[in-house]
Write a protein of this length. Structure first.
Length: 297
């Protein structure tokens, strides 16, 4: 059987287009005498992944013409101190949105912190109020990764209406909001959605029926050719660092999909890196611009 010719869901290219659109809009705002949108980030400790993510967000703010503030704490910061910082950010009239980079140290109640973020500044879309609004189709802030995936599908003109979408993973950050977005009325959306997880039986039988397969389990290269239907659209959300002696750093970023094996079966597939990652960062910028506009009304 000959290979299907696949196209890449190029998040790098699409996010670059969106950044240009945002930058142009910000310049118009400033030219009209408005202030620049302002995104804040709270970073606790020195986790390598978190440092890289936050650094990337600060860099992207600069690219699109936003102001950004980074507030840093050491690992031993108390929960009380962090909650004080959040109260200050909630009350700051010149800050449109902010994120508290997760994970937090074990002695801090993550859920308590998330619930303390003002929903109108919660550009990460983690506060239960924003999650609840999404679940019933109301406007609110949607978690950046699912929002980015929907935008990628939209801009790559992937038809979703009536398709079977299978999501691997049920996390609060990706799996659950993703399932709600793909069920929403409209396009992208109008899918029949199945969510699989670690306790799902006969997972290959289910994934083989997917027109759109979204892998978000955090298990490197666990999606193989025998799990994918010919012509499927595959979105790889995985970002796990794995050892790689050929790289200078001794490791590389690896997705949940065994790309070389799966790609020849697909109509579209997202690469890692360069697929969902850049879309996540740019979605945070879209949310921040939205927050700014709502505050200016």
């Amino acid at each position: 059987m000959e290979n299907q010719t696949y196209q890449l869901l190029d998040g790098k290219k699409v996010s670059s287009e969106i950044k240009q659109e945002i930058a142009a809009e910000v310049e118009k705002i400033v030219a009209a005498g408005g202030r620049r949108p302002h995104l804040g980030a709270v970073l606790v400790g020195h986790d390598g992944g978190s440092e890289a993510y936050v650094g990337n967000k600060v860099r992207t703010c600069k690219e699109v013409g936003f102001e950004s503030s980074l507030i840093r704490y050491e690992d031993d910061v108390t929960e009380e101190e962090l909650l004080k910082c959040i109260k200050k950010l909630n009350e700051d009239p010149n800050l449109d949105g902010y994120i508290v980079q997760l994970p937090l140290p074990k002695h801090i109640n993550e859920q308590k912190i998330i619930e303390s973020v003002d929903p109108s500044k919660d550009v990460d879309g983690f506060n239960p109020i924003n999650v609840g609004r999404l679940s019933i189709g109301l406007e609110g802030y949607v978690s950046a990764t699912p929002k980015g995936i929907v935008e990628l599908l939209k801009r790559c003109k992937i038809p979703t209406r009536g398709k079977h979408c299978v999501i691997l993973g049920r996390s609060n950050i990706v799996g659950k909001p993703m399932s709600m977005l793909m069920m929403e009325k409209g396009e992208p959306g109008d899918c029949t959605v199945t969510v699989c997880h670690s306790k799902t039986q006969n997972i290959e039988e289910i994934t083989k029926t997917a027109d759109i397969l979204i892998a978000a389990m955090g298990r490197p290269e666990s999606v193989k050719a025998n799990m994918v239907k010919r012509g499927a659209v595959v979105v790889d959300v995985g970002t796990t660092m794995v050892p790689d002696a050929t790289k200078k750093s001794g490791r590389r970023l690896c997705g949940d999909v065994k790309f070389d094996e799966v790609a020849p079966l697909c109509s579209y597939i997202s690469p890692v890196p360069g697929g969902v990652g850049p879309m996540t960062i740019v979605s945070l910028m879209i949310n921040t611009l939205d927050a700014y506009k709502r505050r200016m009304k």
